[in-house]
Design a protein around this ligand. Structure first.
Ligand code: GLN
Length: 208
């Protein structure tokens, strides 16, 4: 059973831990560098990316996490976690850092004030069944993807408040990294987490 860490400095840690367990892996909170060593993959939860960036620095966690990401550790970022994995952040704070694991440009709080938080259907490639219920909370969208980034999902509501968001990229994968603008951890549907657990399983090489 793969052991998957959930970065537990800030954000909706408990929901991700529950979803990872529901997807058949062991979930462990990661607060310090020593706790990173044993995990086979890492979830970066939703929350507030400016705060998360600051706490990663304060707790000397930014470099250790970046080092593992650069070495190919599988990671899944939702919402603020997506922002943390991006190479470029628009509408961020000047001092906000991100890991740059996925060559893409994300825009923070992109969906605007009227549709700050909303729910919309998404069609997800590679996730069994395809259709997924997207829950968006002050979410980023992906404005541009670089080479090697696979677009897995876009908003596909075609109606209502979320209509303005139609077609926006909200799920991507690049190599060992997965990111979603929405929050699959707040639904009872563990398919996205199962997809990530499968990524972790298939990347697990022999130890040493
Ligand atoms: N708006 C938040 C940020 O910029 C993300 C919101 C979320 O993770 N639900 O980090």
């Amino acid at each position: 059973v793969p052991e998957i860490g959930v970065l537990a400095l800030q954000g909706d840690v408990v929901d991700h831990m529950r979803a990872i367990e529901a997807a058949g892996a062991r979930a462990v909170p990661v607060r310090r560098a020593s706790e990173l060593d044993s995990v086979d993959g890492l979830v970066i939860p939703g929350g507030e990316s400016t705060t998360m960036s600051k706490l990663l620095t304060v707790f000397d966690m930014f470099e250790p996490v970046k080092k593992r990401l650069d070495a190919g550790m599988p990671a899944f970022g939702s919402c603020a976690g997506m922002i943390m994995l991006a190479s470029e952040v628009l509408d961020g704070r000047a001092d906000q850092q991100s890991f740059g694991s996925i060559p893409m440009t994300v825009r923070r709080n992109a969906f605007g004030r009227q549709i700050d938080s909303f729910e919309a259907p998404i069609e997800l490639d590679g996730v069994e069944g395809g259709a997924f219920h997207g829950v968006f909370i002050r979410a980023p969208w992906v404005e541009r993807v670089g080479a090697g980034v696979e677009v897995l999902g876009r908003v596909s509501s075609g109606e209502g408040a979320a209509g303005a968001a139609d077609g926006r990229i909200v799920a991507v994968r690049a190599g060992s990294c997965l990111a979603t603008s929405f929050h699959p951890e707040v639904t009872a549907d563990a398919r996205v987490h199962r997809y990530f657990v499968d990524m972790v399983r298939s990347s697990a090489g022999p130890v040493e």
